[in-house]
Design a protein around this ligand. Sequence first.
Ligand code: ATP
Length: 314
Amino acid sequence: MRHYTLIAPAKINLYLEIIGDRPDGYHELVMILQSIDLADQIDIQASSTDAIRVRCNHPQVPTDKSNLAYRAAELMATEFPDAYAKYGGVDITITKRIPIAAGLAGGSTNAAAVLVGIDLLWNLGLTQSELEELGAILGSDVPFCVAGGTAIATGRGEQLSPLPSLDTIYIVLAKYRSLEVSTPWAYKTYRQEFGSSYLTDKDSLAARANAVHSGTMVKAILHKDAREIAQKLHNDLEKVVLPAYPQVLQLRETFANQEGVLGTMMSGSGPTVFALCESKQQAEQLQLHVREAIPDQDLELFVTQLITHGIKVR
Ligand code: ATP
């Protein structure tokens, strides 16, 4: 029985700007997405029946059709009916390490891994852009998760333009286990509070996206300048999440006041907060200091680093 083990890394947002509304109900975004060395493992193998089955070691992750990995397999079966008829169903086992509902694209990277895994299992020979197009049907963050690394994402996040990869920067991630922020709530609240300032015409939206392309954050990435990258971190969603979630605000402030922190920001719609550090040693020191400052067992802390890739076969 053929079997593949895939490594599915999480992402953080180095930059997230909301620039307008879209006719499809989503927001027009300009983001800089970055893969990190905190990953789930996805094992995928052909099953002896035509069923799609998902197992996961994390009790809060659904294993039914609402799991994004299940939906990725279902999409492949619909798109490639001949291969599905020939090879049958798949058994998917998710070993979760990425915190869930954390703004780290955990579900999206699992879905991307299933697309890559089934492409291999069914000998489809899909290109990266074909996999990304399939990913966009499943969710805005899925296309990025396929190749990962560092990229500018526009539209609703599915239009990608790769940037030179960053890898030698370390980060500390912090998330309260029991705290979840709903992504739809964050975007809806942002629209209610800031919708009147949205750009509306196509030319202004394109000009804003171009300004980020040629802006200071991209320059800092091109120069691999960790200090400058840390100075330019930006996330519009902090404007609605920090006032509504005092624990996230406290994390953000605790990080900002520690030695060795180049910069700190909330990832995506939160509630994960990350801090950039120049070395692994500094990141480990920071982890200890934050643990001392907030001795709450509900707080999870991870030391990890930026990486240059998305889904990998092990
Ligand atoms: P994003 O950054 O893309 O908004 P996230 O990291 O905030 O994603 P996920 O970890 O993907 O959020 O989980 C959001 C919700 O999706 C969870 O509460 C969970 O019920 C559901 N979910 C569905 N499939 C998965 C999966 N494979 N892994 C984790 N959660 C999943």
